[in-house]
Write a protein that binds this ligand. Structure first.
Ligand SMILES: CC/C=C\C=C\CC(=O)SCCNC(=O)CCNC(=O)[C@H](O)C(C)(C)COP(=O)(O)OP(=O)(O)OC[C@H]1O[C@@H](n2cnc3c(N)ncnc32)[C@H](O)[C@@H]1OP(=O)(O)O
Length: 301
Protein backbone atom coordinates (compact mmCIF):
# COMPACT_ATOMS: atom_id res chain seq x y z
CA UNK A 1 0.00 0.00 0.00
CA UNK A 2 2.85 2.40 0.77
CA UNK A 3 4.17 1.81 -2.75
CA UNK A 4 0.75 2.75 -4.10
CA UNK A 5 0.58 5.97 -2.02
CA UNK A 6 4.11 6.89 -3.04
CA UNK A 7 3.37 6.41 -6.71
CA UNK A 8 0.02 8.24 -6.54
CA UNK A 9 1.63 11.26 -4.87
CA UNK A 10 4.45 11.22 -7.44
CA UNK A 11 1.83 11.29 -10.20
CA UNK A 12 -0.02 14.19 -8.50
CA UNK A 13 3.15 16.26 -8.03
CA UNK A 14 4.31 15.55 -11.56
CA UNK A 15 1.02 16.82 -13.00
CA UNK A 16 0.84 19.87 -10.74
CA UNK A 17 4.35 20.99 -11.64
CA UNK A 18 3.82 20.90 -15.39
CA UNK A 19 3.83 24.08 -17.44
CA UNK A 20 2.17 22.70 -20.54
CA UNK A 21 2.78 25.67 -22.79
CA UNK A 22 6.53 25.47 -22.27
CA UNK A 23 8.63 23.01 -24.23
CA UNK A 24 11.36 21.34 -22.25
CA UNK A 25 13.68 21.20 -25.27
CA UNK A 26 14.72 23.56 -28.01
CA UNK A 27 12.47 22.65 -30.90
CA UNK A 28 12.87 25.62 -33.17
CA UNK A 29 13.44 24.78 -36.83
CA UNK A 30 13.58 26.39 -40.28
CA UNK A 31 11.28 23.88 -41.99
CA UNK A 32 9.06 22.70 -39.12
CA UNK A 33 6.73 24.39 -36.69
CA UNK A 34 6.44 22.63 -33.33
CA UNK A 35 3.77 23.55 -30.78
CA UNK A 36 2.19 22.05 -27.66
CA UNK A 37 -1.57 22.56 -28.11
CA UNK A 38 -2.61 20.43 -25.11
CA UNK A 39 -0.83 18.75 -22.21
CA UNK A 40 1.50 15.99 -23.44
CA UNK A 41 0.44 16.54 -27.08
CA UNK A 42 3.02 17.90 -29.53
CA UNK A 43 2.07 19.15 -32.97
CA UNK A 44 4.75 19.00 -35.66
CA UNK A 45 3.85 20.87 -38.87
CA UNK A 46 5.81 20.64 -42.12
CA UNK A 47 6.31 24.35 -42.60
CA UNK A 48 7.39 25.45 -46.07
CA UNK A 49 3.94 26.58 -47.21
CA UNK A 50 5.18 28.70 -50.14
CA UNK A 51 6.85 25.59 -51.56
CA UNK A 52 3.90 23.33 -50.72
CA UNK A 53 6.00 21.71 -47.99
CA UNK A 54 8.37 20.23 -50.57
CA UNK A 55 11.02 18.24 -48.76
CA UNK A 56 14.67 19.29 -48.66
CA UNK A 57 17.61 17.55 -47.00
CA UNK A 58 17.36 20.27 -44.34
CA UNK A 59 13.77 19.25 -43.61
CA UNK A 60 14.81 15.60 -43.30
CA UNK A 61 17.65 16.46 -40.90
CA UNK A 62 15.29 18.61 -38.84
CA UNK A 63 12.60 15.92 -38.78
CA UNK A 64 15.04 13.38 -37.39
CA UNK A 65 16.35 15.83 -34.81
CA UNK A 66 12.79 16.73 -33.79
CA UNK A 67 11.54 13.16 -33.39
CA UNK A 68 14.72 12.04 -31.58
CA UNK A 69 14.17 14.90 -29.12
CA UNK A 70 10.46 14.16 -28.69
CA UNK A 71 11.29 10.53 -28.01
CA UNK A 72 13.30 11.66 -24.99
CA UNK A 73 10.92 14.41 -23.87
CA UNK A 74 8.84 13.36 -20.82
CA UNK A 75 6.32 16.12 -21.65
CA UNK A 76 5.52 14.47 -24.96
CA UNK A 77 3.22 11.43 -25.11
CA UNK A 78 1.77 11.68 -28.60
CA UNK A 79 2.61 13.60 -31.77
CA UNK A 80 0.33 15.10 -34.42
CA UNK A 81 1.98 15.52 -37.81
CA UNK A 82 0.41 17.80 -40.41
CA UNK A 83 1.34 20.28 -43.14
CA UNK A 84 0.90 24.07 -43.08
CA UNK A 85 -0.62 25.97 -46.01
CA UNK A 86 -2.55 24.58 -48.92
CA UNK A 87 -1.08 21.04 -49.10
CA UNK A 88 0.40 18.37 -46.88
CA UNK A 89 3.51 17.93 -49.06
CA UNK A 90 4.51 18.11 -52.75
CA UNK A 91 7.23 15.48 -52.11
CA UNK A 92 10.89 15.96 -52.87
CA UNK A 93 11.91 19.58 -53.51
CA UNK A 94 12.93 19.16 -57.12
CA UNK A 95 14.66 22.56 -57.27
CA UNK A 96 16.88 21.77 -54.27
CA UNK A 97 17.48 18.28 -55.72
CA UNK A 98 18.61 19.79 -59.04
CA UNK A 99 21.01 22.13 -57.22
CA UNK A 100 22.36 19.16 -55.30
CA UNK A 101 22.83 17.18 -58.49
CA UNK A 102 24.97 20.03 -59.91
CA UNK A 103 27.24 19.71 -56.85
CA UNK A 104 27.36 15.94 -57.27
CA UNK A 105 28.29 16.25 -60.92
CA UNK A 106 31.34 18.29 -59.94
CA UNK A 107 32.77 14.94 -58.87
CA UNK A 108 34.01 12.96 -61.83
CA UNK A 109 34.21 9.49 -60.42
CA UNK A 110 31.15 7.27 -60.06
CA UNK A 111 32.11 6.11 -56.56
CA UNK A 112 32.45 9.70 -55.28
CA UNK A 113 29.17 10.72 -56.88
CA UNK A 114 27.48 7.60 -55.46
CA UNK A 115 28.75 8.37 -51.98
CA UNK A 116 27.14 11.84 -52.03
CA UNK A 117 23.86 10.46 -53.37
CA UNK A 118 23.83 7.73 -50.77
CA UNK A 119 24.32 10.30 -48.00
CA UNK A 120 21.31 12.30 -49.23
CA UNK A 121 19.11 9.20 -49.53
CA UNK A 122 20.11 8.16 -46.01
CA UNK A 123 18.97 11.54 -44.65
CA UNK A 124 15.44 10.91 -45.99
CA UNK A 125 15.37 7.32 -44.78
CA UNK A 126 16.64 8.26 -41.31
CA UNK A 127 14.09 11.09 -41.02
CA UNK A 128 11.10 8.78 -41.51
CA UNK A 129 12.60 5.88 -39.56
CA UNK A 130 12.90 8.28 -36.60
CA UNK A 131 9.05 8.33 -36.46
CA UNK A 132 9.15 4.59 -35.80
CA UNK A 133 12.04 4.66 -33.35
CA UNK A 134 10.24 7.41 -31.42
CA UNK A 135 8.20 5.53 -28.83
CA UNK A 136 5.42 8.13 -28.86
CA UNK A 137 2.56 7.41 -31.31
CA UNK A 138 2.64 9.62 -34.43
CA UNK A 139 -0.76 10.57 -35.92
CA UNK A 140 -0.44 11.94 -39.47
CA UNK A 141 -3.19 14.28 -40.68
CA UNK A 142 -3.09 14.82 -44.46
CA UNK A 143 -4.94 17.50 -46.42
CA UNK A 144 -4.85 17.93 -50.20
CA UNK A 145 -1.72 16.46 -51.85
CA UNK A 146 0.68 13.90 -50.45
CA UNK A 147 3.12 13.14 -53.25
CA UNK A 148 6.24 11.02 -53.66
CA UNK A 149 8.39 11.29 -50.53
CA UNK A 150 5.18 12.33 -48.75
CA UNK A 151 3.79 8.81 -49.05
CA UNK A 152 7.06 7.43 -47.67
CA UNK A 153 6.76 9.91 -44.81
CA UNK A 154 3.21 8.97 -43.79
CA UNK A 155 3.80 5.21 -43.99
CA UNK A 156 6.25 5.59 -41.09
CA UNK A 157 3.55 7.21 -38.91
CA UNK A 158 1.40 5.07 -36.60
CA UNK A 159 -2.00 6.19 -37.89
CA UNK A 160 -3.02 8.24 -40.94
CA UNK A 161 -6.10 10.45 -41.39
CA UNK A 162 -7.04 12.67 -44.33
CA UNK A 163 -9.53 15.17 -45.69
CA UNK A 164 -11.90 14.18 -48.47
CA UNK A 165 -9.93 16.31 -50.99
CA UNK A 166 -6.68 14.47 -50.19
CA UNK A 167 -4.81 12.46 -52.78
CA UNK A 168 -1.74 10.27 -52.64
CA UNK A 169 0.79 9.37 -55.30
CA UNK A 170 3.86 7.15 -55.24
CA UNK A 171 5.09 9.26 -58.11
CA UNK A 172 8.76 8.30 -58.26
CA UNK A 173 8.38 5.87 -61.17
CA UNK A 174 7.08 8.76 -63.30
CA UNK A 175 10.33 10.60 -62.60
CA UNK A 176 12.43 7.65 -63.76
CA UNK A 177 13.46 6.46 -60.32
CA UNK A 178 12.60 3.77 -57.82
CA UNK A 179 11.32 5.28 -54.58
CA UNK A 180 14.10 5.04 -51.99
CA UNK A 181 12.88 6.64 -48.76
CA UNK A 182 10.40 4.11 -47.43
CA UNK A 183 7.14 3.62 -49.35
CA UNK A 184 8.35 0.46 -51.11
CA UNK A 185 9.32 -1.05 -47.76
CA UNK A 186 6.43 0.19 -45.60
CA UNK A 187 3.39 0.57 -47.85
CA UNK A 188 2.64 -3.15 -48.03
CA UNK A 189 2.99 -3.40 -44.23
CA UNK A 190 0.33 -0.70 -43.91
CA UNK A 191 -1.99 -1.72 -46.74
CA UNK A 192 -1.50 -5.46 -46.63
CA UNK A 193 -2.68 -6.24 -50.17
CA UNK A 194 0.61 -6.66 -52.02
CA UNK A 195 -0.94 -6.60 -55.52
CA UNK A 196 -2.59 -3.23 -54.87
CA UNK A 197 0.68 -1.80 -53.55
CA UNK A 198 2.58 -3.02 -56.61
CA UNK A 199 0.00 -1.55 -58.98
CA UNK A 200 0.14 1.81 -57.19
CA UNK A 201 3.95 1.86 -57.24
CA UNK A 202 4.40 0.63 -60.85
CA UNK A 203 1.81 2.99 -62.35
CA UNK A 204 2.43 6.09 -60.21
CA UNK A 205 -1.30 6.81 -60.39
CA UNK A 206 -3.14 9.08 -57.98
CA UNK A 207 -5.12 7.53 -55.13
CA UNK A 208 -8.09 9.57 -53.95
CA UNK A 209 -9.13 9.70 -50.28
CA UNK A 210 -12.00 7.22 -50.71
CA UNK A 211 -9.69 4.58 -52.20
CA UNK A 212 -6.97 5.33 -49.64
CA UNK A 213 -9.46 4.57 -46.87
CA UNK A 214 -10.75 1.47 -48.66
CA UNK A 215 -7.28 -0.07 -48.97
CA UNK A 216 -6.40 0.77 -45.35
CA UNK A 217 -3.79 3.45 -46.01
CA UNK A 218 -6.08 5.93 -44.26
CA UNK A 219 -8.03 5.21 -41.06
CA UNK A 220 -10.67 7.90 -41.49
CA UNK A 221 -11.65 10.61 -44.00
CA UNK A 222 -12.96 14.02 -42.85
CA UNK A 223 -14.84 16.78 -44.64
CA UNK A 224 -12.18 19.41 -44.06
CA UNK A 225 -8.91 20.11 -42.27
CA UNK A 226 -10.58 21.77 -39.30
CA UNK A 227 -12.80 18.79 -38.47
CA UNK A 228 -9.89 16.41 -39.09
CA UNK A 229 -7.59 18.26 -36.69
CA UNK A 230 -10.32 18.42 -34.03
CA UNK A 231 -10.99 14.67 -34.25
CA UNK A 232 -7.31 13.72 -34.36
CA UNK A 233 -6.79 15.92 -31.30
CA UNK A 234 -9.45 13.88 -29.48
CA UNK A 235 -7.63 10.66 -30.34
CA UNK A 236 -4.38 12.27 -29.17
CA UNK A 237 -5.98 13.32 -25.88
CA UNK A 238 -7.17 9.77 -25.22
CA UNK A 239 -3.67 8.42 -25.88
CA UNK A 240 -2.05 11.16 -23.77
CA UNK A 241 -4.33 10.28 -20.84
CA UNK A 242 -3.19 6.66 -20.84
CA UNK A 243 -0.13 5.34 -19.05
CA UNK A 244 3.03 6.36 -20.96
CA UNK A 245 4.64 3.10 -19.84
CA UNK A 246 1.77 1.17 -21.44
CA UNK A 247 1.48 3.24 -24.64
CA UNK A 248 5.22 3.40 -25.33
CA UNK A 249 5.65 -0.30 -24.57
CA UNK A 250 2.75 -1.04 -26.92
CA UNK A 251 4.27 0.98 -29.78
CA UNK A 252 7.64 -0.62 -29.20
CA UNK A 253 6.12 -4.08 -29.36
CA UNK A 254 3.99 -3.34 -32.44
CA UNK A 255 6.96 -1.94 -34.36
CA UNK A 256 9.22 -4.83 -33.32
CA UNK A 257 6.58 -7.49 -34.04
CA UNK A 258 5.90 -6.13 -37.54
CA UNK A 259 9.44 -7.05 -38.58
CA UNK A 260 9.89 -10.28 -36.59
CA UNK A 261 8.29 -13.69 -36.11
CA UNK A 262 5.36 -14.08 -33.71
CA UNK A 263 7.63 -16.00 -31.33
CA UNK A 264 10.32 -13.28 -31.42
CA UNK A 265 7.62 -10.67 -30.76
CA UNK A 266 6.26 -12.65 -27.81
CA UNK A 267 9.73 -13.03 -26.32
CA UNK A 268 10.39 -9.31 -26.82
CA UNK A 269 7.21 -8.23 -24.97
CA UNK A 270 7.75 -10.81 -22.21
CA UNK A 271 11.22 -9.39 -21.53
CA UNK A 272 9.80 -5.83 -21.67
CA UNK A 273 6.95 -6.61 -19.31
CA UNK A 274 9.00 -8.56 -16.78
CA UNK A 275 10.29 -5.10 -15.91
CA UNK A 276 7.34 -2.85 -16.76
CA UNK A 277 4.71 -4.83 -14.82
CA UNK A 278 6.63 -3.69 -11.75
CA UNK A 279 6.09 -0.04 -12.73
CA UNK A 280 3.84 2.25 -10.68
CA UNK A 281 1.66 2.69 -13.79
CA UNK A 282 0.52 -0.92 -13.65
CA UNK A 283 -0.08 -0.78 -9.90
CA UNK A 284 -2.01 2.50 -10.24
CA UNK A 285 -3.96 1.23 -13.23
CA UNK A 286 -5.08 -1.95 -11.50
CA UNK A 287 -5.93 -0.10 -8.25
CA UNK A 288 -7.97 2.45 -10.20
CA UNK A 289 -9.85 -0.36 -11.89
CA UNK A 290 -10.57 -2.01 -8.52
CA UNK A 291 -11.79 1.31 -7.08
CA UNK A 292 -13.81 2.18 -10.22
CA UNK A 293 -11.71 5.33 -10.55
CA UNK A 294 -11.52 6.72 -14.11
CA UNK A 295 -9.54 9.97 -13.97
CA UNK A 296 -6.19 8.44 -13.15
CA UNK A 297 -3.15 10.69 -13.73
CA UNK A 298 0.13 9.06 -14.68
CA UNK A 299 3.58 10.47 -13.94
CA UNK A 300 5.79 11.67 -16.73
CA UNK A 301 8.06 9.18 -18.42
C1 LIG B 1 17.10 11.26 -52.76
C2 LIG B 1 15.73 11.12 -53.37
C3 LIG B 1 14.73 10.95 -52.32
C4 LIG B 1 13.42 11.08 -52.48
C5 LIG B 1 12.76 11.26 -53.72
C6 LIG B 1 11.43 11.51 -53.77
C7 LIG B 1 10.77 11.69 -55.08
C8 LIG B 1 9.46 12.42 -55.00
O1 LIG B 1 9.08 12.98 -54.01
S1 LIG B 1 8.56 12.36 -56.43
C9 LIG B 1 7.43 13.69 -56.25
C10 LIG B 1 8.03 15.02 -56.64
N1 LIG B 1 6.99 16.04 -56.57
C11 LIG B 1 6.20 16.34 -57.59
O2 LIG B 1 6.29 15.77 -58.66
C12 LIG B 1 5.17 17.41 -57.35
C13 LIG B 1 5.48 18.64 -58.18
N2 LIG B 1 4.48 19.69 -57.98
C14 LIG B 1 3.31 19.70 -58.62
O3 LIG B 1 2.98 18.84 -59.39
C15 LIG B 1 2.42 20.86 -58.34
O4 LIG B 1 3.14 21.88 -57.75
C16 LIG B 1 1.22 20.49 -57.41
C17 LIG B 1 1.68 19.78 -56.18
C18 LIG B 1 0.23 19.63 -58.19
C19 LIG B 1 0.49 21.79 -56.99
O5 LIG B 1 0.18 22.57 -58.10
P1 LIG B 1 -0.27 24.09 -57.89
O6 LIG B 1 -1.33 24.17 -56.85
O7 LIG B 1 -0.60 24.61 -59.25
O8 LIG B 1 1.00 24.85 -57.30
P2 LIG B 1 2.32 25.30 -58.07
O9 LIG B 1 2.10 26.67 -58.62
O10 LIG B 1 2.73 24.26 -59.03
O11 LIG B 1 3.39 25.36 -56.90
C20 LIG B 1 3.44 26.42 -55.96
C21 LIG B 1 4.88 26.65 -55.59
O12 LIG B 1 5.40 25.47 -55.02
C22 LIG B 1 6.55 25.04 -55.77
N3 LIG B 1 6.60 23.57 -55.77
C23 LIG B 1 5.60 22.72 -55.97
N4 LIG B 1 6.03 21.46 -55.88
C24 LIG B 1 7.35 21.55 -55.63
C25 LIG B 1 8.37 20.57 -55.43
N5 LIG B 1 8.11 19.25 -55.42
N6 LIG B 1 9.61 21.01 -55.20
C26 LIG B 1 9.90 22.32 -55.15
N7 LIG B 1 8.97 23.29 -55.32
C27 LIG B 1 7.72 22.90 -55.56
C28 LIG B 1 6.31 25.59 -57.14
O13 LIG B 1 7.51 25.65 -57.87
C29 LIG B 1 5.75 26.95 -56.80
O14 LIG B 1 6.80 27.76 -56.33
P3 LIG B 1 7.05 29.22 -56.96
O15 LIG B 1 8.23 29.74 -56.23
O16 LIG B 1 5.79 29.97 -56.69
O17 LIG B 1 7.30 29.01 -58.41
Amino acid sequence: MSLLLRSLSRAFLAQRGTNFSKMSRNLSFNTLNVTVPKPFIYHVELNRPQKLNAQTVEMWVELKHCFDELNLDPNCRVILLSGSGKMFTAGLDFKAAMEHSVEINEEEDVARKAKLLRQAIAKGQDAFTSFESCNKPVLAAVHSACIGAGVSLITAADVRYCTKDAWFQVKEVLLGMACDVGALQRLSKVVGADGIVREICYTGRKIEAVEAEKIGLISKVFNDKESMMASVMEVAETIAGNSPVAVQGTKNSLVFSRDHSVQDGLTHIAVHNQGMLQSEDFINGVMALAMKQTDIKYSKL
